[in-house]
Design a binder for this molecule. Structure first.
Ligand code: FES
Ligand code: FES
Length: 159
């Protein structure tokens, strides 16, 4: 049954079943393949997007539950200041290894900084603990989040 969703500021009409996960709509219908499939059961965070600014696992979010909410994916993360700062910090800190988990990592980090301008290490670990990285980039991710925090005016040196 057709549904309309707002993704990155654009309204789309998609002809999918109500229980189709948002992840499949993003990747297979809208061809926004920056959002990754990892576990499919809300355990790895690879599929993280923002729904009305809140990080959500798109693999377990049925399209019918999205309604009129605003979905943001990695493809539009640069449109918000914390997203730009994080992406620059990711590059400056050379965070990425294979890269598979990284769009989900960035979306979780952006939601953290949007709500907390000066996160402590515990804040960072708490938010980021749901994003699994098989390459073990956690230390670099934490460093990049602190760097981005400084760039957007937060303390960035919390411990
Ligand atoms: S693919 Fe959604 S949390 Fe792993
Ligand atoms: S960079 Fe390879 S899984 Fe995280």
């Amino acid at each position: 049954m057709p549904a309309t969703i707002m993704v990155n500021g654009v309204r789309h009409t998609v002809d999918v079943d109500d229980d189709t996960p948002l992840l499949w709509v993003l990747r297979d219908v809208l061809h926004l393949t920056g959002t990754k499939f990892g576990c499919g059961v809300a355990l790895c965070g690879a599929c993280t997007v923002h729904i009305d600014g809140v990080p959500r696992r798109s693999c377990i979010t049925p399209i019918a539950a999205v309604g009129d909410s605003q979905v943001r994916t990695i493809e539009a993360l640069h449109e918000v200041p914390v997203g730009r700062a994080l992406q620059k910090a990711w590059l400056d800190n050379e965070v990425v290894q294979c890269g598979y988990c990284q769009s989900g990592q960035l979306m979780s980090a952006a939601a953290l900084l949007a709500g907390n301008a000066a996160p402590s290490d515990d804040d960072i670990d708490g938010i980021m603990s749901g994003n699994i990285c098989r390459c073990g980039t956690y230390e670099r991710i934490r460093g990049a989040i602190k760097l981005a925090t400084r760039q957007v005016g937060g303390r960035g040196d919390a411990s």
